[in-house]
Design a protein around this ligand. Structure first.
Ligand SMILES: [Zn+2]
Length: 113
């Protein structure tokens, strides 16, 4: 996993490292590229997930992949993770209209609440 400079990785729920492993494997398998973590622990942002400040969400880069590959990555990560996790493809390639106006990335969160 490549981590963007400035990304605060800890403190997070230990399951975030399980997500890292799954995303790293899926991205490498499907694209031959290393996965890139673009965000983890951060202060609350308008419209952003409230789980980032709690260490329960991570973001990964998808923007350099074609739309069909972005969706394939999201689908495979979702297939491997169990139902405690939510996997959301954001950006123009998102299957959901409500996430299409965002910068392209894969958001994965653990719903422990
Ligand atoms: Zn996020």
């Amino acid at each position: 996993m490549i981590v963007n400079s400035g990304v605060v990785r800890d403190p997070v729920h230990p399951e975030m490292y399980f997500i890292d492993g799954v995303v790293e494997s899926v991205v490498l398998m499907l694209t031959g590229e290393r996965a890139v973590m673009t965000s983890s622990v951060r202060p609350p942002t308008p419209g952003g997930s409230s789980l980032h400040p709690l260490g329960l969400a991570r973001d990964y880069r998808t923007k350099y992949f074609i739309p069909s590959m972005q969706r394939e990555i999201a689908d495979k990560v979702r297939e491997i993770l169990d139902s405690r996790f939510d996997v959301v493809l954001e950006g123009p390639a998102s299957p959901s209209p409500k996430y299409r106006d965002r910068v392209a990335h894969l958001h994965v969160e653990l719903d422990v609440q």
